[in-house]
Design a protein around this ligand. Structure first.
Ligand SMILES: C[S@@+](CC[C@H](N)C(=O)[O-])C[C@H]1O[C@@H](n2cnc3c(N)ncnc32)[C@H](O)[C@@H]1O
Ligand code: SF4
Length: 285
């Protein structure tokens, strides 16, 4: 196994290509009908542990909608992974499924939207509906992630209330265009300033934002630096969620998987805009 493969730290797992929440601006890499099967998942985890990966983030689609969500978490733990989840769950079966395994998760990121982002994307993922999600977890290994579009004082008040009540950190990041949903944010500079002064910006977020500005002027040429692999719902491993050219099936031989991963370091995929937001060095969850 090469040193570069040994540097890989985690895997982002797409539990399904479809999503019933259906945010209009969703930038997930795969849109379709595939749902990750337990067989494919277990085979992938086995190969990933062999190359030293022990962190896994269940995403999607909406992971709590997966028919075997609880088993995905338990199987991850059985293989020796630390498992985290990114979720839009708020109530009903989604929240029940999350609460059932919450104690086993190393981290839960609860996604929400600013009021204008909610309006634009018709997401229903309000900030004010998150406290009962944090309460249901029964621990504080969690954070609030707010996707921001035209942030206003009401958003800031709501975020502050959640952070205080739930005792969890918040990360606010700008709404980014997706391949299928383009929009203008005339207040982007103001949003970024507000995010920076009100919440601070992580180094990762600063990188995304500067790439975003460069991208608007058509000048970004950056190769993938991700230390996290992506497992698609139809059973392929790849470095970049958005670039299928170097992907390898989890049913391939160990040698074929190693060779494909090695190649992904020799000729890394070029980053696109959405990828900058989720696939950056040192990102978590
Ligand atoms: C693709 S979702 C999958 C997990 C889960 N369904 C959720 O919404 O949390 C992962 C993250 O991407 C964020 N996201 C989706 N589309 C986005 C966009 N256009 N700009 C910024 N963030 C976006 C979501 O808010 C969420 O935090
Ligand atoms: S952002 Fe999450 S909840 Fe919204 S459509 Fe995408 S995957 Fe579904």
């Amino acid at each position: 196994m090469s040193d570069q493969i040994g540097a890989l730290r985690g895997v982002l797992v797409s539990t399904a290509d479809n999503c019933a929440v259906n945010c209009r601006f969703c930038f997930r890499a795969d849109v379709g009908r595939d749902v990750l099967s337990l067989d494919t998942y277990a085979r992938a985890l086995s190969r990933l542990r062999e190359i030293g990966i022990d962190e896994l983030c269940l995403s999607g689609g909406e992971p709590t909608d997966h028919p075997e969500f609880g088993r995905l978490v338990r199987v991850a733990l059985q293989f020796g992974f630390r498992a985290s989840v990114v979720t839009a769950a708020r109530s009903g079966p989604r929240l029940d499924a999350l609460a059932e395994v919450a104690g086993m998760l190393s981290h839960v990121t609860v996604s929400a939207d600013s009021r204008k982002a909610d309006e634009l994307g018709r997401t229903g993922r309000t900030i004010s509906s998150t406290p009962k999600v944090f309460e249901a977890l029964g621990h504080h290994r969690a954070s609030l992630h707010v996707t921001a579009y035209q942030l206003d004082d009401d958003d800031l008040t709501e975020i502050a209330a959640v952070v205080e009540a739930a005792e969890v950190p918040v990360e606010v990041s700008p709404l980014l265009p997706s391949p299928t949903f383009r929009f203008e944010n005339p207040n982007l500079a103001r949003d970024l300033e507000l995010i920076s002064t009100s919440f601070g910006m992580s180094d990762q977020l600063r990188t995304v934002v500067s790439d975003y500005h460069a991208w608007l002027h058509g000048s970004v040429q950056r190769s993938c630096e991700s230390v996290r692999l992506y497992l698609s719902a139809d059973g392929y491993l790849r470095r970049c969620p958005y670039d299928k050219s170097g992907q390898v099936s989890v049913t391939a031989t160990r040698q074929a998987i190693h060779e494909a991963l090695d190649r992904s370091f020799c000729t890394p995929p070029t980053t696109g805009l959405a990828c900058m937001a989720i696939c950056r060095p040192d990102n978590e969850g």
